[in-house]
Design a protein around this ligand. Structure first.
Ligand SMILES: Cc1cc2nc3c(=O)[nH]c(=O)nc-3n(C[C@H](O)[C@H](O)[C@H](O)COP(=O)(O)O)c2cc1C
Length: 184
C-alpha cells in the first residue's frame, strides 16, 4: 500500500515562523507510513482573478500537490482578525478546479495572544467548508500564547501542545483511512 501523502500549508511567510515550525514538529511525529511535505511558494502565486485562469505554473503545481495529497494540514497566524492574504489567495485558486473537494483536512491557528488566532481559524473553516473539504470537530485547533510553548529554535516546549498536535494529526490520518475505505 502506498504511503499516506500529507501536504502541510503554513499561512506565514516569516522566517522562523511559529506556525511553520508547528508543521515541522507535526511532520516529525509521523512514522514511515506517511510522506509529509510542507508546501513552499504561496507568495509566488498571482493574485486570484477568475477571468485570467490560464496555465500559471505555480498555481498548477499547487493544485497538483493538493490533488495528490491524501490529507492537507494548515497552520496559520491571524492578521487583523483574518487569515493571511497569501493563504486566502491560494485557496481561491482552487475553488473552480475543486482539488479540495472531499479532501480530509486539519486546521490550526497559533498566536502569541491568548485568543489563539480564533478568528482566523473560524474564517479558514468557512473557506474550507466552501471548498467541500472533509473534516470533523477534532480537525481544528487554536493555540494561544504560542511564544510560551515554542523556543527560539522552533522546538515545542509544551507537553500539552505536543499532545494536542498528536491528536489532530491522528484524527487527520484516521479521516484519510476512512476515505481509503478502512484499508491502511
Ligand atoms: C500586521 C499584523 C497583524 C496581526 N494581527 C493579529 C491578530 O489579529 N490576531 C492575532 O492573534 N495576532 C495578530 N498578529 C500577531 C501574529 O499572530 C504574530 O505575528 C504571529 O507570530 C505570526 O505567526 P508566525 O510566527 O507563524 O509568523 C498580527 C501581526 C501582524 C504583523
Amino acid at each position: 500500500m502506498k504511503n499516506i501523502q500529507i501536504l502541510a500549508i503554513s499561512g506565514s511567510l516569516r522566517v522562523n515562523s511559529a506556525n511553520t515550525n508547528i508543521l515541522k514538529s507535526i511532520g516529525e511525529m509521523t512514522d514511515d507510513s506517511v510522506d509529509f511535505q510542507i508546501f513552499e511558494g504561496l507568495d509566488t502565486f498571482p493574485h486570484f482573478n477568475p477571468g485570467v485562469d490560464m496555465d500559471n505554473e505555480k498555481v498548477a503545481l499547487f493544485r497538483k500537490k493538493v490533488k495528490e495529497a491524501d490529507g492537507v494540514i494548515f497552520c496559520t497566524p491571524e492578521y487583523a482578525f483574518g487569515i493571511p492574504g497569501v493563504l486566502k489567495n491560494a485557496l481561491d485558486w482552487t475553488v473552480s478546479t475543486g482539488e479540495f473537494n472531499d479532501k480530509p483536512v486539519a486546521a490550526i491557528s497559533a498566536s502569541p495572544l491568548n485568543t489563539g488566532g480564533d478568528k482566523a481559524l473560524a474564517s479558514l473553516i468557512l473557506t474550507l467548508t466552501a471548498l467541500g473539504t472533509y473534516k470533523n470537530e477534532k480537525s481544528l485547533l487554536s493555540i494561544p500564547n504560542i511564544k510560551q510553548k515554542i523556543n527560539g529554535e522552533g522546538a515545542l516546549t509544551d507537553s500539552l501542545l505536543k499532545k494536542d498536535l498528536e491528536l489532530i494529526l491522528n484524527n487527520l490520518l484516521e479521516q484519510v483511512k476512512e476515505k481509503r475505505g478502512g484499508i491502511v
